[in-house]
Design a binder for this molecule. Structure first.
Ligand code: KIV
Ligand code: ZN
Length: 511
């Protein structure tokens, strides 16, 4: 292990995917994982295999197809979790099982109902169990920053004695501050006194301190940082990969550490994750926001013209902001399309490629140039659109206006039968929702979220609609892109409601 290298552990596909409203299928996760490998991350946390069949499949497919980085899978200190992680990781070149248990008084008492001694015994037993499957085991002390520091040293020593090689100290609830975290990391390093063990940090952003805390961890000697692209993750998210990495680049004089990130891949990765998750990037977001390199005031513009270094500490080129977008138009052939998709790390079956090509041609009728963002949105639609095959939207109409009660008609093929339904609502999207819910035989469900985001600038561009539907203690999501926002809404709603119908049928709630 090189002394001054920081290992980048990306948790976009695990903690990031825990962002409310984000639901990625296995094909999309694989495409993101392939891009993360191009970005140069050292470890990809691919998911939590015991959480669901979908998570298991996604981890297994990433383990089988992504070469280079270590592939990690999360597991609680439970036999079933560790066994599922080990099975999902079987095809990986470099597998890692990431075992965790909470160590703070509130978590041990209220959630786990275990004494500190019982937690120590679990750590010893379950880390050893994970180690029997793989050589690379990471142990995380959940809620480390609200745990007793000496107890944490004992927990870390127990995990190391049982075979863990990385010890992670998560700030699970985003509670710590840079100075406190620096001292905590230093305390654990001193207590462990074992340079062969890599200390890791994992910071949540509840107080907006995730990146600052992560950098403080590096200053205190941790050599793995757990981060997510665009800072997505539970609640306020995780430390943003691009912010941590670019701080290490811009302030190399201060941090004096190296990393293996190809920074020119940052922008593309950020755009891809935003589009595929439906998590929009705020314009003033550090490093990757739309305004990150724009200079509005006259004084700043003047300074930039004289010497860019006056107001620019990072260049757009350094993170790979494309100077010219795109290439494809209505005359582009199948070969060019396949090649561009491959360059973007997106694979498609011959049938999917045909459908994407048809949509590229249709879009080219209204838009002179189709850029990478458009193409990725169409790819996503085609690949993710497969997910509710048993509910097909045959046709739809919607009417609204100054003197019209918004109303919709849909025809759906569902489980072999063709069903027509009508709905009225407060607006056209609501009317479509009512009609589709009725056609799929659903009652007691509500549209809990509707998001509309342009895929690329310009009035003739595509827009992506992301919807969430809630009912019976369950939530589903759907996403679709089109130049017609009502059409995108209809398809996104069809998928979200189709997933809900599938779930309620499986639970016997609807017949
Ligand atoms: O925030 C947290 O504590 C986690 C652990 C499972 C590593 O995500
Ligand atoms: Zn976390």
């Amino acid at each position: 292990m090189s002394e001054d290298r920081v290992y980048i552990f990306d948790t976009t596909l695990r903690d990031g995917e825990q962002s409310p409203g984000v639901a990625l299928n296995a094909a999309t996760k694989l495409a993101i994982a392939e891009q993360l490998a191009r970005l140069g991350v050292d470890i990809i946390e691919a998911g939590f295999p015991q959480a669901s069949e979908g998570d298991f499949e996604a981890v297994r497919s990433i383990a089988a197809h992504v070469h280079g980085p270590t592939i990690a899978a999360l597991a609680r200190c439970h036999d079933a979790d560790i066994e599922a992680a080990a099975r999902a990781l079987e095809p990986a070149e470099h597998p890692r099982i990431h075992v965790f248990i909470a160590t703070s008084p509130v978590h041990m008492q209220a959630k786990l109902k275990l004494s500190p001694e019982e937690v120590l015994a679990r750590v010893a037993e379950k880390v050893a169990k994970a180690r029997a499957y793989v050589d690379d085991v990471e142990f995380s002390a959940e809620d480390a920053t609200r745990s007793d520091w000496d107890f944490l040293v004992e927990v870390a020593k127990t995990a190391v004695a049982a075979g863990a090689t990385t010890i992670n100290l998560p700030d699970t609830v985003g509670y710590t501050t840079p100075e406190e975290y620096r001292q905590l990391v230093a305390h654990i390093r001193r207590g462990l006194n074992n340079p062969a063990i890599r200390i890791s940090v994992h910071c949540h952003n509840d107080l907006g301190l995730a990146v600052a805390n992560t950098l403080a961890g590096i200053e205190a000697g941790c050599r793995q940082v757990e981060v997510a692209v665009n800072g997505i993750g539970e609640r306020a998210g995780n430390a943003a990969l691009e912010e941590v990495v670019m701080a290490l680049v811009a302030r190399r004089d201060q941090f004096r550490v190296t990393h293996h990130i190809q920074t020119q891949e940052i922008y593309r990765t950020s755009q891809m994750v935003s589009r595929l998750t439906g998590m929009v990037i705020q314009p003033n977001k550090a490093v990757v926001g739309k305004n990150a390199f724009r200079h509005e005031s006259g004084i700043h513009q003047d300074g930039m013209l004289k010497d860019r270094r006056t107001y620019e500490i990072l260049t757009p080129e350094s993170i790979g902001v494309p100077q010219t977008l795109l290439v494809l138009g209505k005359h582009s052939g199948r070969h060019a399309l396949r090649q561009r998709l491959a360059e973007l790390g997106l694979s498609a079956t011959p049938e999917q490629l045909d459908n994407i090509q048809k949509r590229v041609k249709a879009l080219a009728e209204i838009k002179s140039e189709i850029n990478d963002a458009d193409l990725e949105a169409l790819w996503q639609d085609e690949v993710q659109g497969q997910k509710v095959e048993e509910a097909e939207l045959v046709t739809w109409q919607v009417a609204t206006g100054a003197d019209t009660v918004p109303n919709a008609r849909v025809v759906v093929r569902f489980r072999g039968a063709v069903r027509e339904a009508h709905g009225v609502g407060d607006g056209p999207v609501h009317a479509l929702f009512q009609a589709l819910a009725q056609a799929l035989g659903l009652q007691g469900v509500e549209l809990s979220s509707f998001r509309l985001a342009p895929v690329s600038p310009g009035e003739d561009g595509l827009a992506t609609v992301t919807v969430e539907v809630r009912g019976y203690d369950h939530e589903t999501a759907g996403q679709a892109s089109d130049a017609d926002v009502l059409k995108a809404s209809a398809y996104a709603l069809k998928d979200a409601l189709g997933l809900m119908a599938r779930h309620l049928l499986a639970r016997g709630i609807v017949a």
